[in-house]
Structure formats: C-alpha cells, structure tokens
Design a protein around this ligand. Structure first.
Ligand code: ATP
Length: 403
C-alpha cells in the first residue's frame, strides 16, 4: 500500500534504520521508520486514510507518527533536502538526499534503507557498509566526532552491543573513550541522560549493559562516587529475575504496574546518602512518583526486612506490607538473602495480597449495629481474623463481630 500510494502521488519512500536492521537480523520490530524525500506529513496523511490508526503530526520536525490498532507504529520523516534538490531532481541528487539523511545516523548497522516504491520495491541501499557490519556483528560510527556531536550515542552503542551480542568496533571504542575523557557527558541534559538510562533498563540484557557502562567508567562520569560492584550487578540481575517471575505470575490478574526503573535506580543508588540520591534524581528530572518510590525503597528496605523477620501472623504480615509500594516489596526479595523473609513475601504476594472479607456494612446493619466509624473497625478486625484463619465463612465472620 505504501509503495502504491507513493508511486501514485509522486513520493519517494524508503524503509530505514532499526526497522531494516531488525528485518535483516530476523527480529521483530514494531516500529517502522520511513523516510520520504518530500513532505512526510502530507504522505502520512495520505497513508492514514487507508490504514485504521491514530495519526500525530509534528510540523516543527516535519515528521508524523501513525499508530495502528495492532500496536505497530509507523514513523514518517522528511529526508533532509539540500538546497539543490528539487521535485524533478535527477536520480543522483535524489540518492544523495537519502544518502545524506542516512549519513547523519548513529551506526552503520542503522544506515540501511530499502526502497518501497513499486518499481524498485525491495532494493537495499547500503552506502556505509551496514550489511557487512551486521554480518560481522560490529557497531561502528560513521565519523570521528559522532559521539561528541551526540553523546547519547555512547549509550546506544553499548545498548546495541549487549542486545545483539555484537562488539563495538575498535576505532569506535577509542572514539567513545576519547569523548568520555573530554567530559561529553557533563554537557548532556539530565532529561536526555534519563531517557537513555530508561532505554537501557528496558532491555532484556540490561545487566550486561550496566556491566559495560561500569567497565568504561560511565557510571562514575555521570554519578561521582557511584560504585557498581559485582555484588550490585548480581542484585540487578535478581531484580530482573524477580520482575520476570512477578510478570509471569500475574499475567492473568492484571496486577498493578511495577516500575522497573524505580527498582533498578534504587539498587544503583542504595548505598549513597539520601541528599545525594535526591540531587541525582533531580538532575535526571525523574518524575515525582518514581522518585518517591525510589526514596521509600532505599529508606525502608532495611527496616522492612527486620520487621518481617519477626512477623508471624498473616494479619501482621499484611499490615506490614499493605502500605508499602510493590516495588519496595519486590526489591527486598532481590536484595535480601534471608530465605525466611523471602518466603513470607512470596506468601503475601501469592496468597494474601488483596484478601478481603465476605460481609459488608449492610450485614452489620442487619445485625442492628448503628452505622459509624465502628463499621470500619469491625470490618478490619474481621479481616484480620480471616487472614489468621480464625474465621473462614461469612457466618463465622458475623459471629466474630457479635463476639
Ligand atoms: P530500538 O530498537 O531501541 O528502538 P532503533 O534504532 O530501532 O532502536 P530508534 O531509537 O527509534 O530505533 O531510532 C531509529 C533510527 O534513528 C535508528 O535506527 C538510527 O538510524 C536513528 N537514530 C536514533 N537515534 C539516533 C542518534 N542519537 N543519532 C543518530 N541517529 C539516530
């Protein structure tokens, strides 16, 4: 459809970037990146008439994003048009437009493009040796100053390296090290740094990426005094294992969202003094909700685990855990080795969380109890009794109230 529309309306369209890279690697990618050698927004509007989806346009960037019901996202970007390019440009000039667009990209493996117009459909454009590097498993920049121009590429390089189990090419690694030496990360705005860290957190191979960050001295460049020991890397892996377990367990239950980044940041920052943690979170412009969870987790992990050690009754277990963010509870599982504490948490998450009572205020009314704050107390007491196995049926709950 895209090729047909492009031909009919006189657009030149290419599939580019990570989408082509992943296609050649045989990996799924829900984001389709298109570059259009004319106005991308007009083309996106044409296509969106034929595909059911939500179109957003960004005129300042000359881009548009079409999100389909299936979850697939199609990004439309206008190729950088040089002053000498014009609608009836010769093929050489047209090619140079897409070529220049691709030259501005981060790594050779992300510079591949495929023509989508019908007459040349499927033709692969590889100006910078992307296919060769993809085969060799190499991450290579296109020019020396790439990391100075955009330091976020340092994070992208190590992220792709771990994700695909590739290697950063020797010269590219030297460029990374040199740019780090000159302090490129100091100038990176906190928001962008945070976005790159979040992208890493979301990777399956995040722990390897963190290990690599540490090897290259990136952590200390961004957070002085931060020590990412082997022990910390093990704990980070525990966090991912726990999160995978939790997700598997709760797939059907539609449990509440757990912030992976809050847990990972808690682990990274755990041994820093609170004012330092706050200033790091402030620098990164971490949203307040996530900040609160991180601070609670760092503050509460020790006291919570010692409390749990002496908790015997189910009702006490619930009382200790109910008001605590889920991230903090899962964090204790990843952070602590004490199996007794872990078992209590597992039991809470698997059996007790969300447990309620059968009777309601209406039942209390029929018992002749006058409505008031006493209802809340009565129902809470019944809940505790139910959690501790003192009552098991609605009848027993009512009797318990009367007692
Ligand atoms: P992911 O699979 O993590 O989404 P991606 O490369 O597929 O990564 P994006 O991060 O959305 O997807 O980037 C799309 C394309 O834009 C990349 O393939 C690359 O060509 C280009 N790109 C993205 N970020 C940069 C950057 N910082 N510098 C240069 N080119 C970039």
């Amino acid at each position: 459809l895209i090729g047909q529309k492009a031909d009919k309306e006189g657009f030149k369209v290419y599939g580019v970037g990570g989408f082509i890279r992943d296609l050649l690697l045989g990996k799924d990618n829900l984001d389709i990146d298109l570059v259009i050698e004319q106005d991308a927004i007009s083309f996106a509007k044409l296509v969106s008439k034929h595909l059911n989806g939500d179109l957003k346009t960004f005129s300042q960037f000359q881009t548009a994003r079409l999100t389909l019901r299936s979850g697939t996202r199609i990004d439309f970007a206008t190729a950088r048009i040089e002053y000498y390019a014009f609608p009836a440009a010769s093929p050489e000039v047209e090619e140079s437009t897409i070529k220049q667009d691709l030259y501005r990209r981060d790594f050779t493996i992300n510079t591949l493009a495929v023509e989508l117009n019908c007459n040349s459909f499927g033709k692969l454009l590889d100006f910078f040796g992307g296919t060769k590097d993809l085969k060799k498993g190499v991450i290579r920049v296109l020019y020396n100053l790439s990391f100075v121009e955009d330091p976020t590429r340092i994070f992208r390089a190590i992220r792709f390296e771990s994700r695909f189990n590739f290697n950063i090419e020797e010269q590219t690694l030297i460029f990374i090290k040199n740019s780090l030496e000159t302090g490129v990360l100091d100038k990176l705005p906190g928001e962008r740094l945070y976005e790159e860290l979040r992208n890493i957190v979301d990777e399956d191979e995040a722990v390897n990426t963190f290990r690599r960050m540490d090897e290259l001295g990136i952590f200390t460049k961004i957070f002085p005094n931060l020590n990412v020991s082997q022990d910390k890397l093990v704990k980070l892996q525990n966090i991912y294992d726990i999160l995978n377990w939790y997700e598997r367990e709760n797939k059907q239950k539609q449990e509440k969202f757990v912030s992976k980044e809050a847990m990972v940041f808690s682990c990274l920052l755990q041994d820093q003094p609170l004012p330092i943690i706050s200033s790091i979170l402030e620098r990164l412009k971490v949203p307040q909700k996530i900040r609160d969870v991180i601070i609670t987790t760092v503050k509460e992990t020790e006291s919570l685990s010692s409390k749990l050690e002496y908790t015997e009754k189910n009702s006490e277990l619930v009382q200790n855990l109910e008001e605590i963010p889920l991230e903090t509870i899962l964090f204790v599982l990843a952070d602590k080795e004490n199996q007794k504490i872990k078992n209590k948490i597992y039991y809470y998450l698997e059996e007790l969380i969300g447990a309620g009572v059968s009777i309601t205020g209406e039942d209390l009314k029929t018992l002749g109890i006058k409505p008031g704050p006493v209802y809340k107390t009565a129902l809470e007491e019944v809940r505790k009794a139910r959690l501790d196995g003192l009552v098991t049926t609605p009848e027993e709950e009512l009797e318990y109230v009367l007692d």
